[in-house]
Design a protein around this ligand. Structure first.
Ligand SMILES: CC(C)(COP(=O)(O)OP(=O)(O)OC[C@H]1O[C@@H](n2cnc3c(N)ncnc32)[C@H](O)[C@@H]1OP(=O)(O)O)[C@@H](O)C(=O)NCCC(=O)NCCS
Length: 141
């Protein structure tokens, strides 16, 4: 199976959201994953949000990279179930990390859903390290 990696655009939202909805571990309802929220990530980080498409041009995977200028973050890494195990996820992650690194960002963080253990296993295998010295807190304004 051949695939191509391209920049993700706001117009990809419907296809991307459909993928995220059918992918376990995405935590879609805890943050602003509306068209406006995702467009905002893309517009603020136009060079680091990617999709993979199949030969027919259909979106089959996503990986959103974002930065606050100091640290990078990875969001919504998902590969359609029928296309897993072919290196698409690792290729997309590498593209995001390489692009962030080229822009001077050398530490990348991510959040994993506690109720979906395979996600953490995957990231550990991708050489991400668990932090034991911090806890995450937030506030809804
Ligand atoms: C995790 C996911 C993105 C991997 O995508 P993929 O295209 O199948 O991954 P790749 O084919 O590039 O595999 C990369 C490596 O990770 C391994 N891997 C895949 N899923 C894994 C998991 N849950 N636990 C541990 N290792 C895993 C593969 O075996 C492969 O190892 P190898 O390089 O030694 O062969 C995909 O399975 C997915 O979308 N899962 C559901 C959502 C999810 O868990 N997202 C990530 C956390 S938010």
């Amino acid at each position: 199976m051949t695939f191509a990696i391209q920049r993700l655009a706001p117009e990809d939202y419907d296809e991307a959201y459909a993928l995220w909805e059918r992918t376990p571990g995405m935590h879609l309802h805890s943050l602003n994953n509306t068209y406006g929220g995702i467009s905002s990530i893309i517009e603020n980080n136009p060079f680091t949000c990617f999709k993979a498409i199949d030969e027919g041009g259909h979106l089959i995977a996503t990986a959103l990279g974002a930065t606050d200028g100091r640290k990078g973050y990875l969001y919504h890494v998902a590969v359609d179930e029928s296309h897993r195990g072919q290196g698409i996820g690792s290729a997309l992650i590498k593209r995001v990390l390489d692009t962030l690194k080229a822009r001077g960002i050398t530490t990348i963080g991510l959040f994993v859903a506690k109720n979906y253990p395979p996600a953490k296993e995957f990231w550990l295998k991708q050489h991400f390290k668990e932090r034991h010295d911090v806890e995450y807190l937030d506030i809804d304004l």
